[in-house]
Design a protein around this ligand. Sequence first.
Ligand code: R5P
Length: 313
Amino acid sequence: MKNDLRIFSGGSNPALAQEICDHIGIPLSPLETSRFSNDNLFVQIKESVREKDVFVVQSFTQPVSDHIMELMITLDALRSASARRITVVIPYYSYARSDKKDAPRISIAGRLIADLLKIAGADRVLTMDLHADSVHGFFSIPVDHLTAGPTICEYFEDRLDLSRVVVVATDAGGAKRAGRFAKRLDSSMAIIDKRRISDSSVKQGLVVGNVKGYDAIIFDDEISTGGTLVSTVKTLEKAGVNKIYVGATHPVLCGQAAENLASSSIAEVVVANTVDIPEDKRFSQLKVLSVAPLFAQAIQRIHTGDSVSALFK
Ligand code: R5P
């Protein structure tokens, strides 16, 4: 079966795509992206994909619009080249944060991009830790939604005394996600009341739950500007917490996030490699876990028609 499986990578995270291929034991298939003098993108698939089962790996990282456009053009090229089925593998779907109409005259862009992916040629989607579970429903094609949760939990299980741990949600929206971690770690949980003031600043108040004297693990889906974490650390310190750890799937690390986290009192920031982190954004408390084995297994199961949910049992 493996001989009609093809994996291509966009420009956002080729290291993850290569690692996925290494796990499966196939080479990364070649494509070439270039830019005309007028800034238009040009993508060429460099081998035949006729009647092949094709996967394209692309995270929506900066420059987000370029990476999305590159993906759309790649999908269109693959479809025109007669691929039998195209699965778009989006380890980090940034537009999942545009998931509701919470201001007048705005677009729910998470749904718009989902529509565009289908129009461009995607038959299926494989993604990880969407900002909200409901974003899954924006797609009218099948979606397999993986989570880095168990990988991150295992890391902490092996290193911390869990009887002294409280799992913390940075806001009410993340309570369900943090609840799943607390259940898995068999620990208590706390939720912080958070209001977003702007893209990079938040205001937090009440801590619901007992954190005093505990080691806290803050679980979140992503670290973007780091504003949420910096504020959460201050709130937890005031509430008398002991050590602070962070588990977050997507290390977006915009602007000064890396510097701010490096100089904070956080003992360890554990993330997944859904987003490629440049050398200058790596800091001593950062631990990156690979989700390539998980994506590789999911791709193999989709390819052979086996259950993907069985991966989580
Ligand atoms: C918020 O709803 C999310 O769960 C994250 O807390 C948020 O996306 C992190 O963004 P930032 O790092 O910019 O505060």
